[in-house]
Design a protein around this ligand. Sequence first.
Ligand SMILES: [Zn+2]
Length: 229
Amino acid sequence: MRRDVFDSNLYSRSRRGYNPPTEGIEMRGEFLDAALLLVDIQNDFCPGGALAVSEGDRIVPTVNRLMPRFPLVISTQDWHPANHISFKERGGPWPPHCVQGTRGAELHADLKTGRIAHYFRKASSADRDDYSEFAGTDDRGRTLDEVLRSHNVTKLYVVGLATDYCVLETVLDGLKHGYEVNAVTDAMRAVNVNPADGELALQKMARSGAHLVTSDEVLNQAGSSARAT
Ligand SMILES: [Zn+2]
């Protein structure tokens, strides 16, 4: 069934004329076991939100361009009760953000959700916080690792908000779970409580074994493999 979905997507892209069909065949080989993981691209982490990340919204067009290249796209959300332990009134580091059911917790409105196959939510009980999306569950109670394995995913491409917290911990956890992890550096933004935090997070990802890639490299990868055949 996934193959049908993917093929119809290729068809619509080639109808628009910017990808020869052969590229799709190669891309499928390259990316068949890959998933694009959208970390917490929510209103509260974008300008105007309760815990705004500078330029957080700027990643949305890039993420939208990446999505059609992947057979599997998964989205996550920070999803807190109103009395969450990470909030300042309970001694936590953050202002209230991503409160369940509020507009701030919704995905950014410009994000094209049509290709998102699974939605995960994390940190949804009052007394526990988590930055890694591997701590979340989907609407059937499954963990991210379970769903990725059910799709035979071995490679993760991670984008989203914020580089120095949830993206970082998700990348590190992905490596611990045995995935090849690629961090798409121009499709993420950092909180930067300290100005270098984002850069330090990228360094930590790389030191831990993640690949730092750009969206252009991901988008071109399929094209270059197609030309090689
Ligand atoms: Zn949070």
